[in-house]
Design a protein around this ligand. Structure first.
Ligand code: COA
Length: 373
């Protein structure tokens, strides 16, 4: 027991959404254009024709039906297939800061906290839009928070790793209340020309306020009973974009500088690891699986979550036991399990227990066991 609570969460959802139908239409136009442009090479057997995508495949393989994005038109333009996000001057808030502030203000309102009550900001997400200064310091400044801020990236597990880091900071008296923000603009690192993955991600931002139980005035807070993190190296989800890219011109702009994955391997390897971690974590805390009200799982793939729940519970979880938001939001990296927690915790009664669990690149897994106060 930590005596540290999640006293509020916030969610920023972009105004624009793309359906599978719209995404597939754009992709298939790109494919038709490509195959027409390269018709001679394809006929000569020097090049392979690109294959079309399909709405049926996407829904069946992933459970995803739509995704929210920061810029729809740039993504759907078959000659561009990338969000159009104009650069801003250094005097304007960066786009990640802007959405972080929106989610954070909602979290602060729900936690009944003012900027002066918070003394640390962690921006925890898969991609930072610049190298430095840290996004967290900009967010801290925009919100008028004193203290310190830093960024951390553990891909899809950034939020749960951020929660444990916040808990440790509070336990060690380095902060009294910490804001963890996850501005996930996943459309920025998704290759919309990659048939295997073009449908996977969406954009969003979540925020979480953590503080000592004794200072909370929130009317909906969850005590953190325990956190558990695990990482095991794998190349199966990888993005080679980085500051050393310019050291070798040959690699610039290649597909490996965006998200790439071996989806099948990820599925097979990660599900058992996640189920084992949740089972071990509950056991270590003396919590019977039957007494678990809900699992707010990472939102990458519906079949993955069903398999995980089957291994943990011995049967596929009901919607109430493992809520799904990926149908509407797609995979929003580290924000997914937090969106699920944010949207589906109001029915908890004091004493009821749930687990937030993220998993993804690294591999990385983070589980956070919480109990309604
Ligand atoms: N439209 C139509 N067909 C497609 C397609 C598309 N967009 N993409 C792939 N296919 C085809 C393939 O060509 C393949 O055809 P074949 O059997 O004739 O060779 C078939 O569908 C199966 O492809 P595969 O890539 O093996 O699909 P899958 O069933 O494994 O599903 C994922 C793909 C990515 C949805 C799934 O593996 C997954 O979700 N994995 C985990 C992802 C994850 O959690 N990642 C973490 C990121 S944080």
């Amino acid at each position: 027991m930590s005596n540290i609570v999640i006293s509020g969460t916030g969610l920023y959802t972009p105004a624009q959404s793309i359906s599978n139908e719209e995404l597939v239409e754009s992709f298939n136009t790109y494919v038709a254009n490509f195959n027409q442009t390269h018709a001679e090479e394809i006929t000569a057997g020097e090049m392979e024709a690109l294959a079309e995508s399909s709405v049926e495949f996407i829904e069946k393989a992933s459970g995803i039906k739509s995704r929210y994005v920061m810029d729809k038109s740039g993504i759907l333009d078959p000659t561009r297939m990338c969000p159009a996000i104009p650069e801003r001057s250094n005097d304007e808030p960066s786009i990640q800061c802007e959405i972080s502030v929106k989610a954070s203000l909602q979290a602060m309102e729900n936690a009944r906290k003012k900027p002066e009550d918070i003394d640390a900001v962690i921006v925890a997400c898969s991609n930072m839009q610049r190298a430095y200064p840290a996004m967290a310091v900009e967010v801290q400044n925009a919100l008028g928070i004193r203290g310190f801020g830093f960024d951390m990236n553990v891909a899809c597990s950034s939020a749960t790793f951020g929660i444990q880091t916040a808990v440790d900071s509070i336990k060690n008296a380095n902060a009294n209340s910490v804001l963890v923000v996850d501005p996930e603009i996943c459309s920025g690192h998704l290759n919309f020309r990659d048939r295997d993955a073009h449908f996977i991600f969406g954009d969003v931002c979540t925020a979480i306020i953590l503080e000592k139980a004794e200072t909370t005035t929130s009317n909906n807070s969850f005590e953190i009973l325990s956190t558990k993190l695990q990482t095991v190296f794998s190349n199966n989800i990888r993005n080679n974009f980085g500051f050393l890219n310019r050291g070798d011109d040959r690699g610039i702009g290649n597909p490996d500088k965006l998200f790439v994955q071996e989806g099948r391997k990820v599925f097979k390897e990660v599900c058992p690891m996640v189920a084992q971690q949740i089972t071990d974590h509950l056991q270590a805390e003396g919590i019977a699986v039957d007494s678990l009200k809900r699992m707010w799982l990472h939102q990458a793939n519906l079949a993955m979550n069903q398999l995980i729940s089957k291994r943990v519970l011995g049967r596929i979880a009901t919607d109430a036991e493992s809520p799904t938001i990926l149908d509407e939001y797609a995979n929003t990296s580290s924000a997914g399990s937090i969106i699920a927690f944010h949207m589906y915790n109001q029915d908890f009664k004091p004493g009821e227990i749930g687990v937030i669990c993220s998993f993804g690149a690294g591999y990385s897994i983070g589980s956070v066991i919480v109990r309604k106060r």
